[in-house]
Design a protein around this ligand. Structure first.
Ligand SMILES: Nc1ncnc2c1ncn2[C@@H]1O[C@H](COP(=O)(O)OP(=O)(O)OP(=O)(O)O)[C@@H](O)[C@H]1O
Length: 334
């Protein structure tokens, strides 16, 4: 649905060139929820804004549903943009217009008749659960309600793609969850492809199928969310994941018994259902102390993390570690 080839973006500031994006290559499938995560200044906004040419790429090509958009003239670009809805961190609603008028705006531009607009708006408001706010003004709505209006507006022209530029960053955790649930419903029911940028790993965990990690304008890691959580390759990915592992510090500071080893195990999908710990204790002459455990529910599967202290004779500990590896348990000796 979206193909980005060799995309670069350079800004000029006081005759100095700033490389915001360097040679980005991504392919995003139809119906996928694709996350882009990075720290402030990494290039996330520039990247997502290039996808609908709110920002003009310096180099490279972008294809939307097979059509190259990087060489379209303004008229064709306007037409293609109807396929791409967008939501923003600060909602971008017109404050002088009520909910109805905000959503009507793209429909009026399309030249729809009044009764068609009425019908479409009623359907959209029912979909985002805001029928009772039809004539409210943005200042009378909560952040979550404003984002629902913005989502309804972005869906007005039946787009194929929805871009979210930090769409949940201004919302509290509970409201964030409800907006993410709405986005997932939209993907499921309309088959929309969703690209979202965020600096919150929680958002990636809750809703994305795949994620790209961007740093200094480059993609440093790109994989399924499951794989990134189970086997992060870069320090940045590990740091983003660790923002979700509240117990990490206590584990490391734990006063370990002399001669014991502390292992962090991660179980993906089916492995999470096997009685690995009890089997290990039966087979090897070791003691096991559970220090912490958590389960991250991803959109496709769940990943369990378990931190164990194992003690006993050195050779028994080594054999137990070898056995875990043979059982395809991902493990790290901390
Ligand atoms: N219009 C501009 N003119 C000059 N430099 C810019 C412009 N927009 C962005 N940049 C620079 O490009 C780089 C990437 O910025 P971008 O806004 O894409 O990052 P980001 O990851 O979205 O950051 P944040 O999370 O803080 O919004 C930064 O170094 C930024 O200063």
């Amino acid at each position: 649905m979206i193909k980005v080839e060799g995309l670069s973006k350079t800004y000029k500031n006081n005759n100095k060139e700033i490389y915001a994006l360097k040679n980005i290559n991504i392919e995003i499938k139809k119906g996928e929820i694709f996350g882009i995560i990075g720290l402030s200044g990494a290039g996330k906004s520039t990247l997502i804004r290039c996808l609908n040419r709110l920002e003009e790429p310096t180099n490279g090509k972008i294809f939307i549903d097979g059509k190259e958009i990087t060489n379209l003239n303004n008229t064709d670009l306007r037409e293609t943009r109807k396929d791409i809805g967008m939501i923003f961190q600060h909602f971008n609603l017109l404050s002088s217009k009520n909910v109805y008028q905000n959503i009507a705006f793209p429909l009026e531009l399309e030249g729809l008749k009044k009764d068609e607009i009425d019908k479409r708006i009623n359907t959209l408001l029912e979909y985002v659960d805001l029928e009772d706010k039809k004539f409210a003004y943005p200042s009378q709505l909560s952040g979550g309600q404003k984002q629902r209006v913005a989502i309804a507006r972005s869906l007005a022209n039946n787009p194929k793609i929805l871009l979210s530029d930090e769409g949940t960053s201004a919302l509290d955790p509970k409201t964030t969850k409800s907006i993410l649930e709405l986005l997932n419903k939209i993907r499921k029911e309309f088959g929309l492809t969703i690209v979202l940028i965020t600096h919150q790993m929680e958002v990636i965990k809750d809703i994305c199928d795949r994620v790209a990690i961007i740093e200094d304008g480059e993609i440093i890691e790109l994989n399924t969310v499951e794989e990134i959580f189970a086997n992060p390759k870069t320090k940045t990915a590990t740091e983003f994941i660790s923002t979700l592992k509240i117990n990490t510090q206590e584990e490391i500071n734990y006063q370990r018994k002399s001669g014991s080893k502390i292992l962090r195990l991660s179980f993906v999908g089916e492995n999470a259902k096997k009685p690995i710990v009890s089997k290990m204790v039966k087979q090897f002459d070791i003691d096991v102390n559970i220090l912490s455990g958590n389960i991250n529910e991803l959109i496709s599967t769940s990943i369990g993390n378990l931190v164990l202290e194992i003690s006993g004779e050195d050779n028994q500990i080594e054999k137990a570690i070898d056995w875990l590896r043979k059982e395809n348990i991902r493990l790290e000796v901390i």
